[in-house]
Design a protein. Structure first.
Length: 451
């Protein structure tokens, strides 16, 4: 899903390419860093609490998407985690059918391990449901750590009874959701489903679901997890069943493709003449130049793929049959997101080649890139990527350093203004060390390695 008006272009130095999902708890974006590595960036509806910000650094990522950054950028809180490849559990069940045997055991243990890890550092997930379980090639991965969001928490049929009646969800609510997700995986049906919110609430509070389709080794454990009273449920550590096999995605089913792989596939489908023309056109667009005409259809192909969009032009408000018209599509095309040059290795190489070797055009720069995606899927061995000029490298280094430093200072300022001036010792030491390294690097008169 593309970015929508009002979405930020970047957060904390991560470039946003599009929306992976949105709901009552926040928006999750497909994002890339300056080197093209892929991440998931969540902007929660509520605040990122100090407790969560400190606790996520103590989480060992066993069947969890590892959190790599938590901060505030221009008053927007965000959480950055590794991108977990693969379809979600609901998609997998739709293709594979209900799970049983060793595969169901593997799912039960993976989710129990993830919950045990979170609970050990004082974090409740608070939104365990099929959409937040991804079946990656390395096994089931739980995504979307719980934050202090306002409004509803979780999908209704996976809410614990105490949450429905207004109590704050805690570890016991995660255990209830574990049982509900296991029951969904084994049957393909949402537990406690009803024709209306009132019907769902009645079933959650007063009806015990049928567990006959579960294997005997899981039936008793899931039944205890789905107890109406939190005190009657086992702890997450007591949910392990000793699985001996793994669980990956169904054959032929994958998660959302990366922006770079989509772009590379489109590029590979162009004619030789179009490929020769593409670098110049795209680099002009990156510079903000208006490109008049599209004689050979290059821009049209990229626009059809969603890589480019037509810039909206404001018009005098006019009432139409479907609502008030305030803008129309103009003739000028622009990149659909600022992430394109970072996510697509070939375009990134063209931009680098132009900075390092004036006059480099055509396909030669793209051949130097590490090409990703199903269209080509190999590392070209034509020539190494052109070396960047010292001025360009210094510019990139300063930009990356300033973004990171701004994130640290913004987060600290937000805590000072809200009276939460005390930060964890480890984070404070890291901030001091990072700032000192910047000062040392600049005084030495050169860009910092790895920036």
């Amino acid at each position: 899903m593309r970015l929508v008006p009002g979405d930020p272009e970047s957060l904390g130095g991560y470039w946003l390419a599009g929306r992976l999902g949105a709901g009552g708890r926040g928006v999750v974006y497909d994002a890339y860093d300056d080197e093209g590595r892929r991440f998931a960036v969540k902007v929660p509806r509520g605040e990122v609490t100090e407790q969560l910000g400190d606790a996520v650094w103590r989480v060992t990522p066993h069947h969890l998407a590892r959190v790599v950054a938590v901060g505030v950028d221009r008053s927007v809180p965000y959480i950055v985690s590794e991108f977990a490849e693969g379809p979600d559990l609901r998609q997998a069940v739709a293709v594979h059918g209900p799970y049983a045997g060793e595969e169901l055991d593997a799912l039960a243990d993976a989710l129990a391990t993830a919950l045990r890890t979170l609970h050990a550092v004082g974090i409740a997930h608070r939104d365990l449901r099929p959409e937040n379980v991804l079946l990656s090639p390395s096994g089931p991965t739980l995504i979307d750590l719980g934050v202090a969001a306002t409004g509803s928490v979780g999908t209704r049929t996976y809410l614990a009874p105490e949450v429905v009646t207004g109590r704050r969800p805690g570890p016991a609510a995660d255990v209830f959701a574990w049982g509900a997700v296991l029951l969904f995986a084994a049957t393909g049906r949402d537990p406690f489903r009803g024709e209306s919110p009132g019907g769902v609430m009645h079933r959650l509070l007063a009806v015990d679901p049928e567990l006959d389709e579960l294997p005997a080794r899981l039936r008793e454990l899931v039944g205890r997890a789905l107890a109406k009273e939190p005190a009657d449920r086992p702890a997450a550590a007591g949910l392990l069943v000793g699985a001996t096999a793994g669980l990956g995605p169904p054959d032929g089913l994958a998660g959302p493709r990366s922006l770079g792989s989509v772009a590379e596939e489109v590029y590979a489908s162009l004619t030789p003449g179009q490929r020769e023309e593409a670098p110049g056109l795209l680099l002009r667009l990156l510079d903000g130049d208006a490109v008049a005409g599209d004689e050979h259809g290059v821009l049209a192909r990229l626009t059809d793929a969603g890589l480019l969009v037509r810039q909206s032009v404001r018009v005098a408000p006019a009432q139409t049959a479907v609502g008030k018209l305030v803008a129309v599509s103009g003739d000028r095309v622009i990149p659909a997101s600022a992430a394109l040059v970072h996510a697509w290795p070939r375009l990134r190489a063209w931009a680098s080649a132009r900075a390092g070797e004036p006059g480099t055009t055509g396909d030669r720069a793209g051949q130097a890139a590490s090409v990703e995606g199903p269209a080509i899927g190999v590392r070209a061995a034509v020539a190494p990527e052109p070396a960047l000029t010292s001025a360009y490298a210094a510019h990139r280094a300063r930009t990356a350093d300033l973004r990171r430093l701004a994130g640290l200072l913004t987060g600290l300022l937000a805590r000072l203004l809200t009276g939460q001036a005390v930060i964890g010792g480890a984070r404070a030491a890291a901030a001091r060390a990072y700032t000192a390294s910047l000062l040392r690097g600049r005084s030495a008169g050169g860009p910092r390695a790895g920036s």
